[in-house]
Write a protein that binds this ligand. Structure first.
Ligand SMILES: Nc1nc2c(ncn2[C@@H]2O[C@H](COP(=O)(O)OP(=O)(O)OP(=O)(O)O)[C@@H](O)[C@H]2O)c(=O)[nH]1
Ligand SMILES: [Mg+2]
Ligand SMILES: [Zn+2]
Length: 292
């Protein structure tokens, strides 16, 4: 039997090459054989012995979960595997996209992940953004307000990341990579880079990469995403991302109701009560309509 500490996590992937990490050996580069093209960032693997500088992968272990998205072209793409904590990053600049927020919450809830909302750039005007998100706090999603640039409230971020596999998701430019660099500085995080030539821009992240913050604390940096849809085919499963609907759905008088525009549907009616929940209901309907 393989010792559990020899299980590695896939931290970077570039075509048929990648990087994985375990507590004993640290980072190790690997090369994939053809039939392993389904490997995803965050997968747990068992490696074979080194062949020159690279190892090969003996076994891909079963995943706890698999976060996926569907692009506007209708093609499903993997985001990452084995994520326990979805950290959705927003800032006052670029203009917050609350439809994206609701879609990311749905992806997280579908995969049984914790959801944490982080407002970055608190050095800029953030009060109205914080207020517009109070409804999410009431739904049970914690909100941290931080500034990576001005070093504000780092401990609140460290608290939500501890012993979790966290993925930072959000629009391009909200500061996901800056947040990670900020945390890396004082944490002496073990990082490694596969190849300098793969690092295209200084700012915009082009591929998902896992940073190791501790033996059980992983941080996934992702490229900014905006035009995505959850990869869900059963219309009734969309409600899983709208927890306020789950708590009232037993009151609905219709069987198999999707709570869209049925007359006197109590779930829909209660969603139309406040501005925030009304907006969430509009997003819910938009996601429903995206499923053919
Ligand atoms: N004022 C201010 N600017 C910040 C802060 N954090 C990040 N930024 C700036 O926001 C810009 C975008 O930061 P990135 O970290 O590249 O954003 P990202 O979310 O990783 O973007 P993508 O990789 O494209 O998805 C950079 O110019 C940062 O300097 C902050 O706390 N305050
Ligand atoms: Mg980035
Ligand atoms: Zn209904």
């Amino acid at each position: 039997m393989t010792a559990p500490n020899k299980i590695s996590i896939v931290t970077e992937l570039y075509g048929n090459r990648g990087l994985c990490w375990n507590t004993i050996d640290g980072f190790q580069s690997f090369i994939l054989i053809q039939k392993q093209s389904n490997l995803v960032i965050g997968d747990r693997v068992i490696c074979n012995e080194l062949i020159s500088d690279d190892c090969t992968i003996q076994k891909i272990l079963d995943q706890d979960n698999s976060l996926k998205k569907m692009g506007s072209n209708g093609v499903t793409q993997n985001i990452a595997n084995n994520v326990s904590n979805v950290v959705i990053v927003l800032s006052s600049q670029p203009k917050p996209n609350l439809f994206l927020l609701d879609k990311l919450i749905l992806i997280a809830e579908t995969n049984q992940c914790n959801v944490n909302i982080v407002i970055n750039k608190s050095d800029l005007d953030h009060v109205s953004l914080k207020e517009s998100l109070n409804y999410y706090l009431d739904l049970g999603y914690p909100i941290s307000v931080v500034s990576a640039k001005e070093n504000i409230n780092k401990d609140s971020l460290l608290d939500i990341l501890k012993n979790e596999s966290s993925i930072l998701l959000g629009q391009s430019g909200v500061g996901k990579s800056t947040l990670i660099n900020w945390l890396l500085k004082e944490q002496t995080i073990k990082t490694n880079t596969l190849s300098e030539k793969n690092r295209r821009g200084r700012h915009t992240t082009t591929t998902t990469k896992v940073h190791i913050m501790g033996d059980h604390t992983f941080l996934f940096d992702t490229p900014g995403m905006e035009n995505l849809y959850p990869d869900i085919s059963n219309k009734h499963h969309i409600q899983n991302g709208f927890v306020e609907m789950l708590s009232t759905r037993n009151d609905c008088k219709y069987r198999d109701c999707l709570h869209v525009n049925e007359p006197q549907c109590s779930v829909k009616d209660s969603m139309l009560n406040s501005e925030s929940s009304k907006r969430r209901h509009t997003h819910y309907v938009k996601i429903l309509e995206s499923i053919s």
